[in-house]
Design a protein around this ligand. Structure first.
Ligand SMILES: Nc1ncnc2c1ncn2[C@@H]1O[C@H](COP(=O)(O)OP(=O)(O)OP(=O)(O)O)[C@@H](O)[C@H]1O
Length: 220
């Protein structure tokens, strides 16, 4: 795999919600290229457009104008999105939640659960495997959700405030796990955050202000 393969490129990609007087421009013409090996922090205050930008990169939202181009090489599990908030299926335990996408993609239950266990271990949540989502805290659920993404070994990990609801030690562990997983698999990693200490763990920082993506800054 070439070191600088482009995975996703935004060309003047804008995202507007609503119309007319109610229109909110969440992202103004963003230009951004994500290559393999990328370690990018997107920082900015609440409402500045970080989640919207991530959703454009993931293809969850289509740009209102401009383009978002994803490499055909990304395939089924090319992009793994760690969402803000709860995303676990209540009727499945943590292990089954983490294994589900792999089972749906045709892996055997055993192979899927093996990958899920390894990912839970990586985020320090192996002891939660048999618990239901209602039996764990919000921070533990965030770790389980991160494990579900890591089990898929995506080539691009998009993490939306992955440490936002966690105490410092747990947040550090989740971030360590995302960085370790990205290093091991060669995945690119994009993290949105309010927290300068989280941004400092990545290589490049881009700030958002009122929907505008500012120029890249290298993090020393
Ligand atoms: N589905 C939606 N419908 C209408 N407006 C939206 C929608 N999603 C986001 N917005 C608006 O777009 C702007 C950017 O929101 P976004 O969630 O991307 O910001 P953010 O920087 O991720 O904020 P936070 O840090 O609080 O998650 C905000 O003004 C928000 O109210």
């Amino acid at each position: 795999m070439p070191a600088d393969e482009t995975l996703v490129a935004c060309q003047d990609a804008a995202l507007t919600f609503g119309r007319g007087a109610q229109a909110v421009v969440a992202v103004h013409g963003a230009n951004l290229v994500i290559t393999t090996g990328e370690r990018l922090a997107v920082v900015g205050p609440s409402g500045s457009g970080k989640s919207s930008l991530l959703h454009l990169l993931a293809g969850l939202e289509q740009p209102t104008s401009g383009k978002v181009i994803r490499s055909a090489s990304l395939g089924t599990f090319g992009i793994g999105l760690v969402f803000q908030g709860d995303s676990l299926i209540p009727a499945l335990n943590v292990l089954e939640n983490a294994a589900l996408p792999l089972v749906l993609a045709g892996r055997t239950e055993t192979a899927a659960q093996e990958a899920a266990r390894a990912a839970l271990d990586l985020v320090g949540a192996a002891d939660l495997a048999e618990r239901l989502p209602e039996e764990i805290s919000g921070g533990q659920a965030q770790r389980a959700a991160a494990a579900r993404v890591l089990a898929q070994a995506p080539r691009l990990i998009l993490a939306d405030e992955p440490t936002g609801r966690l105490d410092h030690a747990t947040g550090t562990r989740v971030l360590d796990a995302l960085l370790t997983a990205a290093d091991r698999t060669g995945a690119a990693l994009v993290v949105t955050t309010h927290d300068p200490a989280v941004a400092a763990r990545l290589t490049v920082r881009r700030s958002m202000r009122d929907g505008r993506l500012l120029a890249p800054e290298e993090i020393s």
